[in-house]
Every structure is written in structure tokens, then in C-alpha cells.
Design a protein around this ligand. Sequence first.
Ligand code: GLA
Length: 393
Amino acid sequence: MNLKPHISSAELAQDFKARFGVQPKIFSAPGRVNLIGEHTDYNDGFVFPSAIEFKSRVAIAPRMDGKLVLQSQEFSEQFEFDLGQVPGTKVGAWCDYVLGVLVTLREVGVTTSGADVLVRGEVPIGSGLSSSAALEVASALAFMSLNGASFPMPQVAKLCQRAENTFVGAHVGIMDQFISCLGKAGQALLLDCRSLDYRLVPIPDSVRLVICNTMVNHENAGGEYNKRRAECEEGVKILAKWYPGIRALRDVTRPQVQEHASDLPEVIYKRCSHVVSENERVMESEMALKSGDLRRFGELMKASHRSLRDLYEVSCYELDTMVEAGEGLPGCWGGRMTGGGFGGCTVNLVNASDAEAFAKRVAERYREKVGVQPDVFVCSAADGAGVERDGSV
Ligand code: GLA
């Protein structure tokens, strides 16, 4: 696995002290894997993700000269701004996620003082595991603490989403930031993306989430993501002629879409069909997980993948090959692409006792077909964001 070695908070604090001469506070926030419910969040629908053990950490200490100094353990570029001259839009570098959060906090009335900041990211970048949401959320907690601000976690998630939408310019939904804030170890989180009501559902100890990285960087897909969003909006606009009350595809049922198949352009019909059926699958998968019916849960994951591949058209050869590589292996209940698509990772629900053998075999099968060695991670659901070191030591 091409992973950065995990470093402890003490090591990060030591590096901070060596760079800036003081002890920092340290905040962390995890990446995520979505079990089911893809491309539903921006349609006001339902998602069912877990936080994972990979996280981003932000170490911070105040500065008295009104400057903001941003450094990273991963990137050599460092940034320094006078607080009065922080850019209003992205600069096109890693610091955008940190700056975007700072600017958004200011917009909601948080006064910010100068700071030294050191970032350590251990969520694989560009692999669809939400490294950017993790960095945003950890940055938000760091700036809030430094400036004595406090918001409930769902609001922190919304502020971070807003930073990504308006400052970074990626029109993502709420899922990634929300699960990074509110994930719980051993649990999946069912989120209603309209009301932000959520329920935690335990994942049985007997299974693991095996995440397989196709090594195809998904970030090239920004244009397609926005196109899908627009297609969903067009679907709502057309269907509203018959159902004037609808605000999003969340409000539409499968029979309604079917009834108007011939009124919708074919592509729009396919997109709408995916979203309404995916919402149904999420609700059913919650029941399956609660009742320990892993077989059904796995079937729903497989159906989700087919729908994303054939109707929403956000899969790719490598993702399909990775899903197929896991099919039929001992202990595997089901697998699917996870996240936005066009590369990134698959997620598989696998019996704990078979997980290591599964990881090895799936990697071999994928390498044989694609000619690339994938990273495969055997994961469990982890806790959401929090403070790791409060600066008192
Ligand atoms: C990306 C976005 C999320 C969500 C998924 C697709 O991860 O950041 O908001 O839309 O794609 O489910």
C-alpha cells in the first residue's frame, strides 16, 4: 500500500514545535466510505456512509502579528497571508480547503486571529475517500477553538460544505462533511440530506469494510459531477409539470418516473431512475443491516453498482473490474463503487475472518486484468472529528 506511515499526535506536535517554536493544539477529522446511497445527497435524498480510520490532522497555535502561516507535511509549498488580505477565492493549491473554511467562518461572524498551522493528511488523496472534507472539518475545529467559537457539529458540516461549494468551487453535497463530523466507531450513519436528521446503525463485528483503490484518480471528473447535478435538476423541472409540489428528486417515486418515461429525454429518465431507486435501496439497506441480513445488504450494494454503471453512468472500466474481482470470493456479501465515481475506490462487505485473504485475492485479480497494483484497505467504521491534543502538554 502506498500509504504515508501513521504518525502520532506527539510526533506532529514535535514537528510543529520545531517549525514554529511552540506547542500546538491538534484536531483531526476522518475520511469516509459510503456503503450505499450514491449521488443522492444533492437530490435531498438518503446516504449511508461510515467514517474510516484514515484522517487529516490540523495543528494550530496563535500568532500575535496578524499573519496566517500554513504549512503541510505532505506539500512543500507554504503560504503566508496578512489576515486582512486573505484571498476571497481559491488559489489553486492544497491550502484552499483551509482558507475556504477560514473565510466561511468569518462570513458567519467568527473573528479570526493570526495563526501558525501545520497540516498532516493521511487520507489517500484523489481516491474518493474524502480527503478534502477531512481537511476542511479538521481546519474548522482548529479555527473555532483558536477563536473561541462553537457550533453544533451538523452546522460545522454545513459550513465546510459551503466552503467547498463557494470557495473551492466544487458543488458537492453534504455527505462527506457530515460523516466526517458525526461518524461513530463501529456504526454506519443513515442521513436524510434534506432535514439532516440521522440515525446510527451498528455494523456487526463479524464484518469488515474492504476498500479497494483502482488507482484511477477521480478528481478529473469534476465536469461530469456537475453535469449529473444539472441533469437531475432538469428532471425535477420536467416532472414538476405533473407534480407541482416537488422540490428535488427526493420527492419523486419510482412509479412517477416510470409513468413519465416518454416525457423525459432518455438520459434524464436514466438519471432520475437511478436516484429514486437508490433512495429506496438506502432505506431497505438500513432495515437489512438492523436485522443482520447481510445477504440482502450485499444484494442492495450490487444493485446500486449496476444502477450507477448503467443508469447514472459514473462508473468506469477499472471500477467495474474491481467490483467483479471481489464477486464470488469467500466471505464477500457484496461490493460497489463508492463516492462520486470515474475512478477512486470500491467498498466490499466481507466477513472479518475472510477479509485479509479477500484483500490479497482481489488485488491479484485486479492486477491480472488491469496491470496495476491496487491499494486495498481492510477497514472498520471509525469515530468522527475531534480534538486530539489540547495544547496543555
Ligand atoms: C462526492 C461528493 C458527495 C456525493 C458523492 C456521490 O463524494 O462529495 O457529496 O455527492 O460524490 O454520492
